[in-house]
Design a protein around this ligand. Structure first.
Ligand code: DOR
Length: 448
């Protein structure tokens, strides 16, 4: 493999507390040096990074690769190609596949497929309960031994408090977090949109913020009771954020993630007109019809106050990580009545650019965003982070690197996605910030 010299970029590496103009030399799969004016080895490929940001390869704690069994929606090959195009060098994939990832053999088969077809590192997440059916704990130790980095019944909550209690107890033995999808199911029967004026106006069944806050409050009590490692998936409400902030103040072993769509979009996007995008700084958006099923996601897009609280919580560290919840679906799953459409947004290829809009608006620093995509996820994973990208650009680290042009402007065209999932509400929206190169262990997996 030829050495690569990333020359003259703005290096942002929160783990090394580095934010400066520098060169980065990749050699034999590792970062060989970071500094100004590094000499060019004779055989090196030199990439001009002036005007670009060079950062640790991004880590996605939460995506759906749909493999095995749902490969009409995505495969490990297409999902990891999408990840590479989005600047991710590690993705953790959720277990709601067919079969569900509830045994070591399914974990092993995902790892085998990823080694054969994957562009980036793939870390499987095992189910908390057998078949994600919520009745009986899965074999967590068997899953961990096979390589599961965390456990989750994502797509649905662990509704039984007793089962979650046991899972949190086991989480300590296997040193892996339990990632809960916080939703009190009795409050969300038939619900498709955030409960509030927008859902009322559109005649859609509302999903109250309390469905999330009740579940988070219960989970935090169980984390306190057991001392188990709890991670809250896709927090979406101001109330949820307040509970997590208070729990961290009490010293509970809890972490949390937020998605790019909950950070940047509101439920007003369901109305189609007069879209509110705090991130966008006033640029006109393409006109939309109401009831666009591409805005349908679980948990639902929330109100403006929720979005403001999520951004503040990410800025102050209450929220540890940005995770895409990349949820690809087929066109037929999505192009139907709002009530019938599948929940989910295809997010790997727009995540970084969407969040960079919040950097441009001054709401978040670039360093905080990169940290939330790199060291934040590693801290969530704890022991499981051993197989992840290093989230750092220090000599000797595996060379997992992203290079992006923060000013490059582009219009989201889902037909051009590497993902099979074209389901994004950002279709036709102009974003700023484009990944130009992604390296995994020094090997280019995406590049101009
Ligand atoms: O919108 C969502 N889609 N949220 C989830 O929790 C699951 C996901 C999926 O699997 O499609």
């Amino acid at each position: 493999m030829r050495p690569v010299l990333l020359q003259g970029g703005w290096v942002v590496d929160p783990a090394s507390e580095r934010e400066e103009l520098a060169d980065v030399l990749l050699r034999e799969g590792c970062v060989a040096a970071v500094g100004r004016g590094l000499g060019t080895p004779d055989d090196a490929l030199v990439i001009d990074c002036r005007g670009k940001v060079v950062a640790p390869g991004l880590i996605d704690l939460h995506c759906h690769l749909r493999d095995p069994g749902l490969t009409e929606k995505e495969t490990i090959a297409t999902g990891t190609a999408a990840a590479a195009a989005g600047g991710f060098t590690t993705v953790c994939c959720m277990p709601n596949t067919d079969p569900v990832v509830d045994s070591g053999s399914v974990v092993e088969s995902i790892l085998r497929t990823a080694a054969r077809e994957g562009s980036v590192r793939v870390l499987p997440i095992g189910a908390v309960t057998k078949g994600q059916a919520g009745r009986e704990l899965a074999e967590l130790a068997d899953l961990a031994a096979a390589g599961a980095v965390a456990f989750s019944d994502d797509g649905r909550p662990v509704a039984s408090a007793a089962l979650l209690r046991h899972a949190l107890e086991y989480s300590q033995l296997v040193q892996r977090p339990i990632i809960d999808h916080c939703e009190e199911p009795s409050l969300t029967v038939g619900a498709v949109a955030h409960e509030g004026p927008v859902a009322t106006c559109l005649g859609l069944r509302g999903w109250p913020a309390a469905a999330e806050t009740i579940a988070i409050a219960r989970d935090l009590e169980l984390a306190a009771l057991t001392g188990g490692r709890l991670h809250i998936a896709h927090v979406s409400t101001a109330g949820g954020v307040a509970l997590i902030r208070e729990a961290k103040r009490r010293g509970l072993p809890v972490t949390a993630e937020v998605t790019p769509h909950h950070l940047t979009l509101t439920d007003e996007w369901l109305l189609g007109e007069g879209l509110h995008w705090p991130a966008l700084g006033g640029e006109p958006l393409p006109r939309r019809a109401p009831y666009d099923p591409r805005t349908k996601v679980n948990p639902p897009l929330r109100g403006r106050e929720d979005v403001a609280a999520l951004i503040a919580a990410l800025a102050d560290g209450t929220i540890d990580a940005i995770a895409t919840d990349h949820a690809p679906h087929t066109l037929t799953d999505k192009l139907c009545e709002y009530d019938q459409a599948a929940f989910g947004i295809s997010g790997l290829e727009t995540a970084l650019a969407a969040v960079l809009a919040l950097v441009r608006s001054g709401a978040l620093s670039l360093r905080r965003v990169i940290a939330a995509f790199s060291i934040g996820p590693r801290q969530v994973l704890g022991e499981g982070a051993r197989a992840a990208s290093p989230g750092r650009l220090a000599p000797g680290d595996p060379a997992d690197v992203v290079v992006f042009d923060p000013d490059a402007s582009w219009v989201v065209d889902p037909h051009a996605f590497r993902s099979k999932g074209q389901n994004t509400p950002l279709a036709g929206v102009r974003l700023q910030g484009r990944v130009t190169h992604t390296f995994v262990a020094g090997r280019g997996v995406h590049g101009e």
